[in-house]
Design a protein around this ligand. Structure first.
Ligand code: GGG
Length: 365
């Protein structure tokens, strides 16, 4: 029996609605599988916790999290209570940084039954590997003077080690996919970091002669996401470019509510963290209509990470069978609630017997 210890941090807003939904799904999967058990522990760290305690997580929070196999997070942010830079750097980004989760992976693909806003999305299926520890999000800089003379300085830090790590991760991933890596650059405008990024990319690419590669400036690459997303397989991007590109990836899928993500610790020293791309969505909190698919697809990425790819594929197939049969929350044009979509996924999962991990039939629209 494989027992996996998972730290749940639902966080803020709809995180508290979609994490319990995905946990129910994971419990169902564990029942089906028999040999896989999850031990969930909930942590209340959030903006409300900040109001009570003056901090986003307990002082020994990182020490506690260290012993888990993974962290399953919902969303962090409640601007009414705490400025975003305080809440994010006190919880989400703190965990990413201190647990050396240097790689952020975010897939985007056409899901059956979910209409892309693109007229001709074809059958795109891409994955963005985002450098997750430095780049434009390096906390290096400062403010001087005030009034008309005020100056803000923000430095971007690009190290060969972290850049190379993200690129190698992308090439390794491409080996198992369509064998193509695209580098997101802007070396025609950013004069130090991006030519460096290009050079590292060329060096790393030499070690992968069987993988095709190209470099695209981020502006053109963004346009291609809209006009020809099917031309991409794996894209490697800096922290900021990757962040922006993956919101666009979510948008062309049909909703940010369905987009999953994983923050991967590659050195094995700390747990990885799984969280959907979306935030706390204050406009729909408490209405029961948050899309659970982003969090449930994120659970699929966690299963993959634990070496349970077959179960992960089954879960994604079940998700697609549910969306293709029209069980949709309002963000993707439906009328169903979080609970109805989740219950339907659970109902169909229960029909998959222990041996029946083969693909569930999906109705193509
Ligand atoms: N799961 C991603 C996440 O929580 N990101 C932080 C974020 O976007 N916060 C702002 C918000 O929730 O409105």
């Amino acid at each position: 029996m494989k027992a996996l210890k998972v730290a749940n941090i639902p966080g803020d807003g709809i995180g508290r609605e979609v994490v319990p939904a995905a946990v129910e799904v994971l419990k169902t999967i564990s029942d089906i599988h028999g040999g896989l058990k999850f031990e969930f522990t909930d942590f209340p760290w959030s903006c409300e916790y900040y109001l009570e305690h003056g901090k986003m997580m307990a002082d020994d929070g990182m020490e506690k999290l260290k012993d888990f196999d993974s962290i399953f997070l919902g969303a962090v942010g409640n601007l009414q209570l705490v400025p975003d830079h305080v809440s994010l750097w006190g919880l989400l980004i703190k965990i990413r940084r201190e647990f050396e989760q240097q790689i952020n992976i975010r897939p985007a693909k056409v899901l059956k039954g979910i209409r892309s806003p693109l007229i001709n999305p074809k059958d795109f299926d891409l994955i963005v590997v985002r450098e997750n520890s430095e780049g434009e999000y390096s906390s290096v800089g400062g403010n001087i003077y005030s009034g008309d003379d005020e100056i803000a300085i923000q430095n971007a830090v690009f190290s060969r080690k972290a850049t190379e790590k993200a690129m190698r991760y992308a090439f390794e991933l491409a080996k198992k996919r369509k064998k193509h890596v695209t580098s997101a650059t802007k070396s025609n405008g950013i004069t130090f970091s991006m030519p460096f990024w290009d050079n590292v990319f060329k060096d790393v690419a030499k070690d992968y002669p069987d993988i095709q590669n190209d470099s695209q400036h981020i502006d053109a690459l963004s346009a291609f996401f809209v006009t020809q997303p099917d031309r991409f397989d794996v894209i490697v991007a800096s922290n900021l470019f990757g962040d922006i590109l993956t919101d666009l990836g979510a948008a062309i899928m049909g909703s940010i509510g369905i987009a999953p993500a994983a923050n991967i610790n590659v050195n094995g020293k700390y747990p990885s963290m799984f969280e959907p791309v979306h935030g706390s969505a204050p406009d729909i909190i408490g209405k029961g209509i948050a899309n659970p698919i982003g969090q449930i697809w994120t659970a699929k990425m966690m299963l993959d990470h634990f070496g349970e790819q077959e179960l992960g594929s089954t879960l994604l197939n079940v998700i697609e069978s549910v969306t293709s049969d029209g069980f949709l929350t309002p963000d993707i044009g439906g009328k169903n609630t979080t609970k109805e979509v989740t219950d339907e996924i659970i109902k169909r999962l229960k029909k998959v017997d222990k041996k029946g991990l083969e693909a569930i039939e999906v109705n193509h629209l």
